[in-house]
Design a protein around this ligand. Structure first.
Ligand SMILES: [Zn+2]
Length: 83
């Protein structure tokens, strides 16, 4: 799954407004996020493969079923996703 480049251009980190870069999420992180977001998407199985990493603070915002979740509360901590 690819992020729309035009969408990526306008998205920024909600914390520091820095640009984001797409990253592949490792298997264990995907599994954990799928379980987490399954509770919120009651009627569909969430698809989590990619995240958007802030180029400044390093937080990673998960992309869930093609929708970037740009919430600080849902962000992965810097360093949680290695690349
Ligand atoms: Zn940031």
């Amino acid at each position: 799954m690819a992020i729309d480049p035009k969408l990526l251009e306008i998205l920024v980190c909600p914390e520091d407004h820095a640009p984001l870069e797409p990253v592949e999420l490792p298997g264990p992180v995907r599994t954990r996020l799928v379980e987490h977001f399954r509770e919120q998407l009651k009627d569909e199985e969430p698809v989590v493969e990619t995240g958007l990493r802030c180029t400044r603070c390093g937080r990673v915002y998960p992309v869930v079923s093609d929708i970037p979740v740009m919430l600080l509360d849902e962000a992965l901590a810097p360093g949680e996703v290695e690349s």
